[in-house]
Design a protein around this ligand. Structure first.
Ligand SMILES: Nc1ncnc2c1ncn2[C@@H]1O[C@H](COP(=O)(O)OP(=O)(O)OP(=O)(O)O)[C@@H](O)[C@H]1O
Ligand SMILES: [Mg+2]
Length: 270
């Protein structure tokens, strides 16, 4: 059961991830459905799903090895490492988008290994928020409709959700764009919509994979200011970045190499 009193939002113990075969990339057009809806029963063979059940054929590539890690409520962690070091794989595990091959993941004090896909979807959409380099907004939906996407999991009345979504859009500076579609918004504005969407259900943890990767430096700074504000209000953040300036804004920097944690330290700026 979820334990609100748990000291840590995340506790990983001895996590391993082995890909038994090369699969379609985790990210891509199917990501939106994976984020906000329950995976279909056939998902085990779908692109992006892993075929890595223990007991399957030996071999495969171990992309995460012996990851043991706790993240406290309200921490701001930057995750760094060279391309292929396993950052996105780790973020997907944290985001309940994939399951580890071995090890234990406790999210908000709750071991997630025995949860059904429905329970995982519910937990993902209530406890977590996601922000990605490529925004993952629904192209035919307005900014407001995009922000409302995780709302169905909240159990809150529609009118209240709509009021929250409008508040969040105002907070990210988009009051005058609520009925715009993503194609009529700049990259920075689209990322603001994604931030507002990540916040709709009041998550304990936001997972961000290169959220400033497609933005110029001024726009990146605006997005980082929003992350800092959200963090100051108590939301924990794990943010993957190649950018040292961005990483320096986190309180803690974890570095991965070849699927292992090689350093875990307080940021010099903190
Ligand atoms: N769906 C998949 N099927 C098979 N192997 C995968 C899959 N996704 C990732 N990998 C492998 O896992 C390793 C880690 O990939 P990952 O995407 O986590 O790296 P990353 O640190 O996020 O890299 P980048 O900085 O380029 O985004 C790579 O060797 C990659 O080839
Ligand atoms: Mg990656």
């Amino acid at each position: 059961m979820t334990s609100p009193a748990a000291a840590n939002v995340v506790e990983l113990t001895g996590i391993r991830k082995v890909f038994r075969q090369v699969l379609a990339p985790q990210e891509g057009p199917g990501m939106l459905a994976r984020l906000f809806s329950r995976p279909p029963p056939a998902a085990a063979g779908a692109p992006g799903a892993s075929r890595d059940e223990p007991g399957a054929d030996a071999g495969g590539v171990e992309v995460l090895s012996d990851i043991t890690l706790s993240i406290a409520h309200g921490e701001f962690v930057a995750l760094q490492g060279t391309s292929g070091s396993g950052k996105s794989t780790l973020l997907h595990l944290l985001g309940l988008l994939d399951r580890p091959t071995a090890g234990t993941y406790r999210l908000l004090g709750r071991d997630v290994s025995g949860l059904t896909d429905d329970e995982l979807s519910h937990l993902r959409n209530t406890a977590l928020g996601f922000v990605f380099q490529s925004f993952y907004l629904v192209p035919y939906a307005t900014a407001l409709e995009n922000v409302l996407l995780p709302g169905m999991y909240s159990g809150r009345p529609q009118a209240e959700l709509r009021a929250s979504a409008l508040d969040l859009l105002s907070r990210v500076g988009l009051s005058d764009r609520v009925h715009f579609k993503p194609s009529n918004l700049s990259g920075g504005q689209q990322q603001r919509v994604a931030m507002a969407r990540a916040l709709l259900n009041g998550p304990a943890l936001i997972l961000a994979d290169e959220p400033t990767g497609q933005l110029d430096s001024a726009t990146s700074q605006e997005i980082m200011r929003l992350f800092a504000e959200v963090n100051a209000e108590g939301c924990a953040i794990v943010l993957v970045t190649h950018d040292e300036h961005v990483a320096a804004q986190a309180g803690r920097i974890i570095r991965l190499a070849d699927g292992r944690i090689t350093s875990d330290s307080l940021s010099p700026a903190s």
